[in-house]
Design a protein around this ligand. Structure first.
Ligand code: FNR
Length: 374
């Protein structure tokens, strides 16, 4: 269908399910075990309702905000997903870069360690003033890690997001049932022999299994402290799932966390990030950590989801699959359209709530009585 026929993010998902190769659909759409967390990530938003204010002049609403101290046009970003060439074989992450940077409102792009394109290619494809973050998987070989970080620094990336919810591979059964050839994978960290090997002998089952070789399960809090010493870039811990770990991250000097369960692809029955945020909100208000941003991802599909997270104190929210699907179906125009749709939905939600700027959003706009829990 023509791009104009797309009215919401679910349309991209349906389309992707029809046009992607079996392998790509299995890798992109799967969650761990029974996919309870994957579904719960979004369903949890259904338990939060709004308490709008009326009779406020909302003729003009402003979606601008800041993330990691940098001004941004919209309160959401593209989260890191490996292997964008599985769905968009010619352009992969480069089209995401173009989509993020070519519209009237630009959004940050988080690029995966296991991206199909090199960081250089992603940077060259976009514009100079785009905000880019690097998602780091910590390799057993810490020399590789140092190199990856300094390369991201050199290329003007504005933050390092260290993924900590993947000390092993999530059990994604849909994905492990299909054979994986390594051809779309990882110029940033994957050795050429490994890539070609996977392709030729066809032994690798599932894209995730192939990628998991590059992640070190011995990663701990001390590594984070060491990393912080080595770079001037903000370090954000991606994959935090409990309030105590948010506090700990702030205390060891991280510049933020992403409350995330990796889109339900790692530990099944991990809680939805929006619930963790609701629980954390009073603690964060009380502690008021400086230079520390809390982000959320997982199951965000509507402008209302974005606004709910912001009301609970998130600085910004990330989306993974919707952008993969948009990129797979329509390339950079698809990515741009997904941004436009969310922009439209966010502005509308703000107007209906009676707010004209992101700063005005707060918990008083929400009824969270169905989710506050311990
Ligand atoms: C991911 N995610 C991910 N996260 C990460 O830190 N590094 C990575 O390489 C990947 N790769 C990846 C591949 C695919 C196919 C998916 C769907 C997800 C997780 C991602 O950054 C984000 O946390 C989730 O995708 C958010 O959930 P939604 O928006 O997909 O529901």
């Amino acid at each position: 269908p023509p791009l104009e026929a797309i009215t919401n993010l679910y349309d991209f998902e349906f389309l992707a399910s029809q046009i992607l190769t079996k392998q790509a659909w299995a890798y992109y759409s799967s969650g761990a075990d029974d996919e309870i967390s994957m579904r719960e990530n979004h369903s949890a938003y259904h338990r939060i309702f709004f308490k709008p204010k009326v009779l406020i002049n909302v003729a003009k609403v402003d979606t601008k905000t800041e993330m990691l101290g940098v001004p941004v046009d919209l309160p959401f970003y593209v989260s890191a997903t490996a292997l964008c060439k599985l769905g968009n074989p010619a352009e992969g992450e480069k089209d995401i870069a173009r989509g993020c940077g070519s519209g009237e409102k630009k959004i940050p792009q988080m690029v995966s360690t296991l991206a199909s394109c090199s960081l250089e290619e992603v940077v060259d494809a976009g514009k100079e003033d785009q905000v880019r973050w690097f998602q780091l998987y910590v390799n057993e070989d810490r020399g590789v890690v140092d190199q990856l970080i300094s390369n991201a620094e050199k290329l003007g990336f504005k933050g390092i997001f260290v993924t900590v919810d993947a000390p092993g591979l999530g059990n994604r059964e849909k994905d492990s049932k299909v054979k994986f050839s390594g051809s779309s994978s990882g110029p940033n960290t994957v050795k050429k022999e490994d890539r070609d090997g996977g392709q030729e002998n066809g032994e690798s089952s599932g894209a995730s299994k192939f990628l998991s070789k590059f992640i070190d399960p011995s990663l701990d809090w001390d590594d984070l402290v060491e990393m912080k010493k080595k770079t001037k870039l903000p370090i954000v811990v991606k994959g935090v799932q409990r309030v105590e770990d948010i506090v700990k991250a702030a205390e060891v000097g991280a510049n933020g966390v992403v409350l995330s369960n990796h889109g339900g692809r790692q530990l099944d029955f991990s809680r939805s990030p929006i619930e963790v945020l609701a629980e954390a909100h009073p603690v964060l208000e009380e502690r008021n950590f400086k230079d520390f941003d809390v982000f959320v991802d997982g199951g965000i599909r509507r402008g209302t989801d974005v606004v709910k997270a912001l009301c609970l104190g998130a600085k910004g929210v990330g989306l993974g699959r919707p952008f993969l699907y948009a990129n797979s179906a329509y390339g950079k125009e698809g990515v741009q359209k997904a941004i436009d749709i969310l922009n439209f939905e966010i502005e509308m939600t703000m107007r209906f709530l009676g707010v004209t700027s992101i700063k005005q959003l707060g918990p008083e706009f929400l009824d969270t009585s169905n989710i506050k829990s311990r």
